[in-house]
Design a protein around this ligand. Sequence first.
Ligand SMILES: *Cc1c(COP(=O)(O)O)cnc(C)c1O
Length: 362
Amino acid sequence: MKRVFNFSAGPAVLPLPVLERARDEMLDYRGSGMSVMEMSHRSKDYMAIIASAESLLREIMGIGDDYAVLFLQGGASLQFSMIPMNLITAPASQSADYVMTGSWSEKACSEAKKIFTDVRVAASSKSVNYSRIPTQQELTLNPDANYVHITSNNTIFGTEYPYLPDTGSVPLVVDASSNILSRPVDVSKHGIIYAGAQKNLGPSGVTVVIIRKDLMGRQANLPSMLDFQALAKEGSMLNTPPTYAIYILGLVLEWVKEQGGVTAMEQHNIRKANKLYAAIDNSAFYLCPTEPLSRSRMNVPFTLAKPELTDAFLAGAKAAGLVTLKGHRSVGGMRASLYNAMPEAGVDALIAFMQEFERTQG
Ligand SMILES: *Cc1c(COP(=O)(O)O)cnc(C)c1O
């Protein structure tokens, strides 16, 4: 067996001990005589798996009892619609603020426009190809908005909020798909935090939604499967949940806890990101399109001063066991995703390859 260093933006690398544990438990989950995939979601064994995933997430993130934790399907993308559908209230106050920091913000905003008559752009960095995060001072917030939506980490453009926006009494809704659990956050300052699991939490197929309980049940007559209140009431089991994805998520959470939780994850992520940005900045051969104060610790885009060498770079990297480094088409070049599960050795190997490539091709 040969494992590569996988820099994919998502679905992404998982911690090796998690995969080994899943392998060991595959055919006979802890004496049940079956795999988790084959279990009834109402069985005692499975109820313990989902309860443990929820309680670990609550412990690791410090989620208070005034928040519900939901394990849903439809990806972060369904939340682009579910959130406006659930948070719209009386016709007189139908407005939502969106901060535009990349493609995912744009998608979230365009779905909200199908629900709200008045969606306002509180700030945007589109004019600079989303290379930076607007500052608090640049946010034009509507004090009567139903909520303010931000994308805490921009997976495609490689930027990340270096601060938590102050939205006053207006609930802050955060798409944290690509940086949840990468650093400590004060959950009590949020209305909703949501994340598709396949970047930093586990496999695709499950979406985590952490929602302040008073934000549920505002809208009557929603389809039940789209109604946070109805889903929460049944403990995310209004229908069959994505059982195996939640099981792996639980194993990832155990791993995060063993590593020292989100504080340790943050230190590990700062070290990895700092090294890679330094390698880029210390060379005229590599360029980083993002503004230093807005740079993401999770997704590091970079280009070559000689862009015609991009294919050779990617091919050489692949031969060296460094894969899925091709940048998104809207940025070009390369993108290295350094989620929690990317070991520091992967970053070291990438930097060594970059230096060798520059030495031979530069
Ligand atoms: C990947 C991603 C999404 C889309 O997630 P799906 O689960 O595929 O719907 C949304 N927002 C951000 C920030 C992402 O990185």
